[in-house]
Design a protein around this ligand. Structure first.
Ligand SMILES: Cc1ncc(C[n+]2csc(CCOP(=O)(O)OP(=O)(O)O)c2C)c(N)n1
Length: 531
């Protein structure tokens, strides 16, 4: 009869989950005993970083990923990352150690009191198996739950004496199951939508992150081309991935994230088709009509909650890629006029220090084939999107939940999942701090991410928000003398600070081709960079 450990690791193998991210404590050591040689344990020095790495790994590999946290305080540290993973629709198995069963009722030290409540609001399922023998089945259930649409984290609390216990005889049955979870659209709903598109005189497509996640990229392009649809990206705060090539002539830019400005941007449209996004990831609150006059909205999402909570419009709930495939097969070629393409991005004049726009323009010049951007530079998100105009699937990751700390950590996970694609992690110096220990993991595991740090000595986006919210005199928005390059060097990542376009160009090219983790820090002008 197999032990719980043997059965659990066999289960992880079955699901291709042989990379485990974590930060261990005494309550996790029994799980890690006799760690199998075909597994890789990726050590994070803090749990938020472990979760962010697993999130990036899961999204970039398209498979569930396992992150193991240290009982109550470790889960607490990981919660911001778990929140992001839920918003990113990232399939995570989150496990945490727990006191031995014999000492839980007396609440011995490190007991995760009410373990299932801690993670509860941000996970799809939170569980502590009633018997040691049930652990493999509970883990299998969590993996399936995390992988079912909408994908997201599932949590299992694991008492530390369970690992050597005997697994239930039925464990092997739980292991061998597959769950096919992609459900196609109702054909009648697709025919009706195709007709609405054909009848519309000025329709528009809003492309969301689940197009990329579901594998619907080519069909989104096919649909837009057949119907000559102008395409907007879903608002940047909720757009954890791209849904459409931003280099495509039909691409019209990123929708603004607030109610009034969205209606203003879509003025004159009579049908708004939103695919693979919530309707909409609004922020901040700028009131106005939900839609411009005369416009109707139809959304396609795999997330029933996104469907239910939308404030307007009709929704088809199903797998996004299957819906796109069905819709492309149904729609004809239109003779609508093509929209005018966006103008070429312009970087403006060189300044000292450089503008973030010039930095991103320079990055675009050295951007490698197959490159991937992981972005957390809040005040220059739109500028990076505009200057880079990324055009391939799986080339952009961003924290849809808005919790800082995702970027640095996720870049490491993305690079581990995509070892053949160069990963560029673009961070504000403030954002670095939420996952700063990730530099050590990048160095220790030789994960060849190129980090580009924009140093503006402030929380620029919060100063912009202060203006929007009419807040005057708020403290804590300046970051003088935050020495990211020195800190990264101390963690083992070779780092340099550059000034001027030529130096930046040279340093980035060298870092990208070095196949080592390297960091380039560049001072930039303060304030928002929108283009
Ligand atoms: C976990 C977490 N804490 C705080 C915030 C609030 N916040 C949003 S943007 C930001 C500033 C980030 O600074 P930096 O990376 O330097 O970027 P900049 O705004 O200067 O571009 C902060 C603190 C957040 N989003 N997440």
């Amino acid at each position: 009869m197999a032990t719980v450990r043997e059965a659990a690791f066999e289960l992880f193998r079955e699901h291709g989950m042989t990379t485990i991210f974590g930060n261990p404590g005494s309550t996790e050591l029994p799980m890690l005993a006799e760690f199998p040689e075909d597994f890789l344990y990726v050590l994070a020095l803090q749990e938020a970083v472990a979760v962010g790495m697993a999130d990036g790994f899961a999204q970039a590999s398209g498979r569930p990923a396992h992150v193991n946290l240290h009982t109550a305080p470790g889960v607490g540290n990981g919660m911001g990352g778990i929140f992001n993973a839920q918003a990113n629709h990232s399939p995570l198995l989150v496990t945490a150690g727990q006191q031995v069963r014999a000492q839980m009722t007396m609440q011995a030290n490190l007991t995760n009191r009410e373990a299932t409540r801690v993670a509860h609001p941000f996970v799809k399922w939170s569980y502590e198996p009633p018997r040691a023998a049930d652990v493999p089945h509970a883990l299998a259930r969590a993996i399936h739950t995390a992988s079912l649409p909408p994908k997201g984290p599932a949590f299992v609390s694991l008492p530390m004496d369970d690992w050597t216990a005997e697994a239930d005889e039925s464990s092997t049955e739980a292991m061998d199951r597959t769950v096919e979870s992609r459900s196609g659209p109702d054909p009648e709903a697709i025919s009706a939508l195709a007709k609405r598109l054909a009848d519309a005189s000025n329709p528009v497509l809003v492309a969301g992150p689940d197009i990329d996640a579901s594998g619907g990229w080519d069909d989104a392009v096919g649909l837009a081309e057949r119907q000559k649809l102008p395409v907007f990206a879903a608002p940047a705060p909720g757009g954890g991935r791209l849904g459409f090539p931003e280099s495509h002539p039909l691409f019209q830019g990123v929708l603004p994230p607030a109610i009034g400005p969205i209606a203003e941007t879509l003025k004159g449209r009579d049908l708004v088709l939103v695919v693979g996004s919530s309707v909409f990831p609004y922020y901040p609150y700028i009131p106005g009509p939900l839609l411009p006059e005369g416009a109707e909205l139809v959304a396609i999402t795999s997330d029933p909650d996104e469907a239910a909570r939308a404030p307007m419009g009709d929704v088809i709930v199903c797998d996004v890629a299957l819906a796109l495939r069905a819709l492309v097969a149904e729609v004809g070629e239109t003779n609508r006029a093509e929209p005018t393409p966006l103008p070429e991005p312009s970087p403006g004049e060189e300044s000292d220090p450089l503008t973030p726009t010039m930095v991103h323009h320079t990055l675009a010049q050295v951007f490698p084939d197959g490159g991937i951007v992981v972005l957390e530079s809040p005040s220059s998100t739109l500028s990076l999107r505009n200057q880079l105009r990324l055009g391939t699937p799986g080339s952009y990751y961003f924290a849809a939940g808005g919790g800082l700390g995702f970027g640095l950590a996720a870049a490491i996970g993305v690079q581990l999942a995509q070892p053949d694609r160069p990963v560029l992690c673009v961070l504000g110096e403030g954002s670095v701090q939420y996952a700063v220990t990730g530099f050590w993991t990048a160095a220790a595991y030789d994960v060849p991410v190129t980090f580009l740090i924009l140093r503006n000595e402030e929380y620029a986006i919060l100063k912009w928000f202060a203006d929007v919210e009419e807040v005057k005199g708020a403290p804590g928005l300046d970051l003088p003398a935050l020495e990211v390059a020195q800190v990264a060097t101390a963690y083992g990542v070779s780092s340099k600070t550059v000034a001027g376009r030529d130096e930046l160009h040279e340093a980035l090219s060298t870092a990208i081709s070095s196949e080592k983790p390297e960091l380039v820090e560049v001072p930039v002008t303060p304030g928002m960079a929108l283009f």
